[in-house]
Design a protein around this ligand. Structure first.
Ligand code: MF3
Ligand code: CO
Ligand code: CO
Length: 291
């Protein structure tokens, strides 16, 4: 904010500040004075960074397409992971999940009552009627994109299908409300909670969406429930995920002995999740770049 106008911009563009984010900062400052919580400069990417993130997103989407085209009953979750490892290698890209805080695999595979961070295993074999979330974060040339999809294996129950569809609706409706310079990151939780509750489902509160781009997880964190406070204003240059986890039954999570990653529903009922990476472009368009 205090940067001199003749200096290079803080965004790393190499442009003079006055020609780059100076006006942008003036506008932010006006909102701050008006009582808004404004994003920090660390939460703002320049155009070159956005382009880099979009390139990572293309590979991330290609990976999820590959999974979508091949996933079937009889396959182990480890086989899906192997397929992804090969794809990433072929594309000169890496899984950000791999070795993240000791995480042992490239992707997360959450089957039925697994909420998230299910570790791919040889002995988890997909069967008719299962629902599974596959989540991956691709790193390509130093930039990150993060997304997950649900897959329904064969014929699934009406309940399972409804949960998968309502969870997707929660994410899509949250994205639809985004108006740059107007919406706050704390507005999403209100939308997600309303839709989940209307359908008799609950929202998992232990995990959240997040800024993404230079790393897998950055500020701001984005809650999927109503925190009853106003948080950061959404402005161009922000890149973040929304990734609601919705439970068929009770909210809350539990772990099983010997595995501190995989989180399960407390009542053994189903859980679903969808995740997109969203870019707020400088022309103020809202773009889902990874899905
Ligand atoms: N992709 C996850 C997310 O949506 C994080 C993966 S955790 C890891 O934020 F341990 F698998 F890396
Ligand atoms: Co994420
Ligand atoms: Co993810």
């Amino acid at each position: 904010m205090k940067q001199k106008k003749d200096k290079l911009c803080w965004c790393g563009s190499g442009e003079p500040y006055k020609k780059c984010h100076w006006l942008f900062d003036q506008r932010l400052e006006a909102y701050r004075k008006d009582g808004y919580v404004i994003p920090t400069h660390k939460m703002i990417k320049n155009q070159k960074d956005i382009d880099g993130i979009k390139a990572a997103a293309v590979i991330n989407n290609g990976l999820l397409d590959l999974v979508e085209n091949n996933i079937k009953a009889g396959m182990s979750t480890e086989e899906i992971d192997d397929m992804c490892a090969k794809f990433l290698e072929e594309h000169d890209a890496h899984s950000a999940d791999f070795h993240y805080e000791g995480y042992p695999k490239r992707i997360c595979t959450a089957v039925n009552d697994v909420i998230c961070h299910g570790i791919p295993r040889k002995d988890v074999i997909l069967k008719d009627g299962d629902i599974i979330n596959v989540d991956v974060t691709t790193e390509y040339k130093g930039y990150y994109a993060d997304a997950s999809r649900m897959f329904m294996i064969g014929e699934v129950s009406d309940n399972a299908r409804k949960l998968v569809e309502v969870t997707k609706e929660c994410l899509e409706e949250a994205i639809k409300i985004i108006v740059p310079w107007e919406t706050r990151v704390s507005d999403f939780g209100k939308v997600i909670e309303r839709i989940a509750h209307k359908n008799g489902f609950s929202v998992v509160e232990e995990y959240c969406g997040h800024g993404v781009g230079f790393k897998m997880h950055e500020d701001p964190y984005i809650l999927h429930y109503d925190e009853h406070i106003d948080r950061e204003l959404i402005v161009p240059g922000m890149v973040f995920t929304i990734e609601p986890m919705i439970n068929e039954g009770k909210k809350g999570i539990r772990f099983k002995p010997g595995d501190t990653w995989t989180s399960y529903t407390v009542d053994g009922k189903l859980s679903a999740q969808w995740e997109h990476t969203i870019v707020i472009n400088y022309d103020e368009s809202v773009e889902i770049v990874s899905a």
